[in-house]
Structures are given as structure tokens and as C-alpha cells.
Design a protein around this ligand. Structure first.
Ligand SMILES: Cc1cc2nc3c(=O)[nH]c(=O)nc-3n(C[C@H](O)[C@H](O)[C@H](O)COP(=O)(O)O)c2cc1C
Length: 341
């Protein structure tokens, strides 16, 4: 991988800082951790980075939330230097407000890029004219991209889209061209329409069409469940793969994909002990962050369900996860599993 150094001191409030422009790779596709609300906090991002994810993004943050700068938003914006290159993802429907929010984010936390969300299907976001609703309002989408690019220049701005609003209005190539023309430097495409939600299958043929339609790097996203899945998408010509839900179960998927892409015979596979060690570490870090063990373990429930998917004999453990309020309780449930396997 090759990082290009550049000086973005224009954005610095406390003197010049050296930053990196978007990474490019001559050979292997880059691996991205997909932004996931409630999942991809700093702890999980670092877990994935240590296991081979090249590029991380925060979960989506609303332009309004940024401008109010409440404690919660500040928490979402927290990241460690080792997470770089890291992008902050923003959503909203008002070009001026998004530009203002992007500028504020750059001044506060100096991310390596700003990412614009044009894919979120959730009603609450769509009703506020954000996320995927902009896929059917291309003039506003274009204005948002242009105004954010201008506001944070020379910091790179990237975007993430779905392939269209619904089956009858798939417009990913049009959207991609508009975004490229607006100065967007890299595009992640989730191969589903808004109306699909998470049902059906991601359409990688449309992703391949987007790759052909633009010069900027296109990152393919959708339904990479195991490392080998990337092999069937290599012919699309994407510059990288973005992995979401599979990383929640198996954060090692990034190293596994890299092994496969390098042509290694046996991609790296973690043992049950290694998976358990990771779960423990994740819990400990959440407890330290929240300073409240019961609250931390409650927030870990969905994470634990994902981590233990496919564990041999994990059924009793998974049935009891919703009642767990301490790490000791989890350890007690886990021990028989580790002893048997
Ligand atoms: C729990 C969850 C939260 C998500 N939050 C975001 C988000 O904040 N921003 C975003 O662009 N996409 C979000 N997504 C969509 C993912 O980034 C990704 O596009 C989608 O999960 C498809 O990829 P996958 O099949 O690898 O999971 C979210 C998905 C999930 C499952």
C-alpha cells in the first residue's frame, strides 16, 4: 500500500499537521471496515485494524448532531492515532449545514477524510432528506457533495451509496458520475437498493458497471460473508472490498481475505481460544470505556451474539447471553465450551 503525504496545515488550529491523502494500491484491493451504527466504535475499529482492515470509518453522524456538539457526538468522534487513515461519516439533507458540520469535524478531530452517507435506508434518516433519499434527488446530492468538498478542501471527501432507490430506479452509474464530477475521490457502493433494506442479494453486476463508469476508485460492498466470497467479485475491477456484518462475527476476515488475495494456500483461521480472548478483550475495553460493567455488558449483547455465531456447542451460551451483566458471568458460561473443544 502506498500513502501519499501531504500538508493539511490549513485546517490546523494548533499548528501544521502532516496528513495522508487517500491510500492507493498498485496490486491488492484495499480492505474497508463498513461503517455500522452502534458497532464500529473505536474499540471495534481497532480490533478490525489489527486483523487487517486497511481503512476505517466512524458510524454515520448527523450534521445537526455535530453542530450541537453534545457529549454523545464527541464520543462518536473519538479515535486513536493508530486508527488512521480514518474517515468521519456524515449524513444530512442540507448542503450548507453539511458543509458547516464537515468543516467543524475537520477542525475538531482532523480525520483523514470525510465520507458522505447516501445509502442509509432507515425511515428516520430518509424522512429528514438524508441517506438514501438523496438517490432520488440528484440535484441536492450533487450540491451536498460540491459544498462539502469545497468546505474541507484539500482534505479528501468520499461517499457511500446504494445502487438506487428501488428496482425500477437503479441509478448508481449516474450518481457515481455526478459525485465524481463534484470532487468526490472514492466511492463505496452497497449493491442493494433502498427498498431492499438488507433483504435479497447485493447486485455486484451494477457495482461492476459503476467501476466502468468512473475513474475514481470504487469499493464494492454487500454480502461478503466469508473470505472466499471476494474471489468471485475480483472481476468487477473494484479497488477495494468493504465488509460489514461478517466482521462482527469474524473480525479476522480481513487477514483471511488478504491471505487469499496473496495466493496463500491456507488462509489464516483463528482458534476458539483466540476468539474467546478477543471477546474478553472487547468486553474489558467496553467496561473501561463505560465505567459501568452492567451497562457495558448490556451494550455487548448483540456483539456477543455475533461473535459466538457458529461456536461449537454454543447454544446454551447464546440463550443466556441476554441475561449477562458481568464478565465473570460470561466467563463461567464460556468455560465448559472451551474445555470441551
Ligand atoms: C448494524 C448496522 C449499522 C449500519 N450503519 C451504517 C452507517 O452508519 N453508515 C453506513 O454507511 N452504512 C451503515 N450500514 C450498512 C453497512 O455499512 C453495509 O453497507 C451493509 O451492512 C452491507 O454490507 P455487508 O453485507 O458486508 O454487511 C449499517 C449496517 C448494519 C448491519
Amino acid at each position: 500500500m502506498n500513502f501519499q503525504k501531504e500538508d493539511n496545515s490549513e485546517h490546523s488550529v494548533s499548528g501544521p499537521v502532516t496528513r495522508y491523502s487517500l491510500p492507493v494500491t498498485a496490486s491488492l484491493p484495499l480492505l474497508f471496515l463498513a461503517p455500522m451504527a452502534g458497532v464500529t466504535n473505536s474499540i471495534f475499529r481497532r480490533i478490525c485494524k489489527e486483523r487487517g482492515a486497511d481503512i476505517l470509518t466512524t458510524e454515520f453522524l448527523s450534521a445537526d448532531g455535530i453542530m450541537h456538539r453534545n457529549a454523545r457526538t464527541e464520543q462518536y468522534l473519538n479515535f486513536l492515532e493508530e486508527e488512521r487513515p480514518l474517515g468521519v461519516q456524515l449524513f444530512g439533507g442540507d448542503p450548507e449545514r453539511l458543509a458547516e458540520a464537515a468543516r467543524a469535524v475537520v477542525d475538531w478531530v482532523r480525520p483523514d477524510f470525510i465520507d458522505l452517507n447516501f445509502g442509509c435506508p432507515v425511515n428516520k434518516v430518509v424522512c429528514r432528506h438524508g441517506g438514501s433519499s438523496l438517490l432520488r434527488d440528484c440535484p441536492t446530492l450533487e450540491k451536498i457533495a460540491q459544498s462539502v468538498v469545497k468546505a474541507v478542501s484539500p482534505l479528501p471527501v468520499t461517499a457511500k451509496i446504494r445502487i438506487g432507490w428501488d428496482e425500477s430506479s437503479i441509478n448508481a452509474t449516474t450518481t457515481a458520475r455526478l459525485l465524481e464530477g463534484s470532487g468526490i475521490q472514492r466511492l463505496a457502493v452497497h449493491g442493494r437498493t433502498r427498498s431492499q433494506g438488507y433483504s435479497g442479494k447485493a447486485n455486484w453486476d451494477v457495482i461492476a458497471e459503476v467501476v466502468q463508469a468512473v475513474k475514481m476508485p470504487v469499493i464494492g460492498n454487500g454480502d461478503i460473508a466469508v473470505a472466499a466470497d471476494v474471489l468471485q467479485h475480483l472481476s468487477t475491477g473494484v479497488a477495494g472490498f468493504m465488509i460489514g456484518r461478517a466482521a462482527m462475527t469474524n473480525p479476522w476476515i480481513f487477514s483471511e481475505i488478504r491471505s487469499l488475495l496473496r495466493g496463500d494456500q491456507l488462509p489464516f483461521q483463528p482458534t476458539l481460544e483466540e476468539r474467546w480472548e478477543l471477546i474478553r478483550r472487547h468486553c474489558r475495553e467496553e467496561i473501561a470505556l463505560k465505567k459501568n460493567e452492567a451497562a457495558a455488558m448490556a451494550s455487548m449483547r448483540a456483539r456477543l451474539m455475533a461473535y459466538t455465531k457458529g461456536f461449537p456447542g454454543a447454544r446454551p451460551l447464546r440463550e443466556k447471553i441476554s441475561g449477562i451483566s458481568s464478565l465473570v458471568e460470561l466467563e463461567e458460561l464460556m468455560m465448559p465450551l472451551l474445555e470441551e473443544n
